[in-house]
Design a protein around this ligand. Structure first.
Ligand SMILES: [Zn+2]
Length: 269
């Protein structure tokens, strides 16, 4: 089967246009660097076809001419691994998606160039690694029943343990973003909110504390938990709004509605 392969000059243009970074916004691996113990450089990038190179290949478009198929326009720069994935998972990576990756990546690279090299890596990380990170942050909260299930709150020690783990998970996520980037600020604020809750309940013995509306300690614990849920709710709703991530399930039902910068309280207090 004939393949319309890219010629070297086309590959070079694609590598340059992407600044040698993988164009997959969730990857961004650098595909060039020095070869140790050698004068030579090392390239691990891959010029991938958006419209397939051969009739039996992924994303083949019979409407393309041979010239269109081998043009810069029809290529996207990826790392080897991503190049492999987009071809093996063709349905998950249609041509429109790859075109969007390429367009966004090149636009971002153009912006980074104008900001100067010293901030380049930071910008790369903060501009592009964030949608995935925002989703991971939200998933951490969706997974924790204490934010929406009434029952779990009846075991204060279980709440404490869950929040302790959550705090560690949030700290770990901070390794994936640049210090001071918008998403880092969100992570720090979430951590601070949880710390406020611990400060509010530290004088209680959470192992023995039980649901009892006559017990002032219990009432204080319940109030602190309600404040925590509300504060977390606002932050997660704002984060989901900023990244246009749709929330669903019981956790989402508990969240305040966030509408373009204005928080609208729902009926429940
Ligand atoms: Zn990649």
């Amino acid at each position: 089967m004939p393949r319309d392969n890219f010629l070297m000059p086309v590959k070079r243009e694609l590598a340059l246009r992407s600044a040698h970074f993988c164009s997959n916004p969730y990857c961004l691996k650098l595909t060039a660097g020095p070869r140790r113990g050698s004068e030579r450089g090392l390239g691990t990038g891959h010029a991938a076809h958006i419209g397939g190179a051969a009739p039996n290949g992924p994303r083949y478009d019979p409407g393309q001419s041979e010239a269109e198929r081998v043009a810069v326009e029809n290529g996207i720069w990826l790392c080897r691994e991503c190049g492999d994935i987009v071809d093996k998972d063709e349905e998950g990576h249609p041509a429109e998606l790859l075109r969007a990756w390429k367009r966004d990546h090149e636009a971002m690279i153009a912006e980074v160039r104008q900001q100067g090299y010293s901030r380049s890596l930071e910008l790369l990380r903060s501009n592009q690694a964030q949608p995935g990170l925002a989703r991971d942050i939200i998933a951490l909260f969706e997974d924790r029943r204490l934010f929406w299930a009434r029952f779990d709150a009846e075991f204060p020690d279980r709440v404490r343990l869950s929040l302790d783990n959550l705090r560690h998970d949030l700290t770990r996520l901070r390794e994936r973003c640049a210090a001071g980037s918008p998403i880092d600020v969100v992570l720090v604020a979430l951590g601070r909110t949880i710390r406020h809750f611990f400060d509010a309940v530290e004088r209680f013995d959470l192992v023995t504390l039980r649901c009892d509306s006559n017990d002032p300690d219990w009432r204080a614990f319940e109030t602190a938990l309600r404040v925590l849920r509300k504060a977390i709710g606002y932050q997660i709703a704002a984060l989901a709004d900023a990244y246009q991530i749709s929330l669903s399930g019981e956790f989402a039902d508990q969240l305040p509605r966030y509408d373009g910068g204005e928080v609208a309280e729902d009926g429940e207090g």
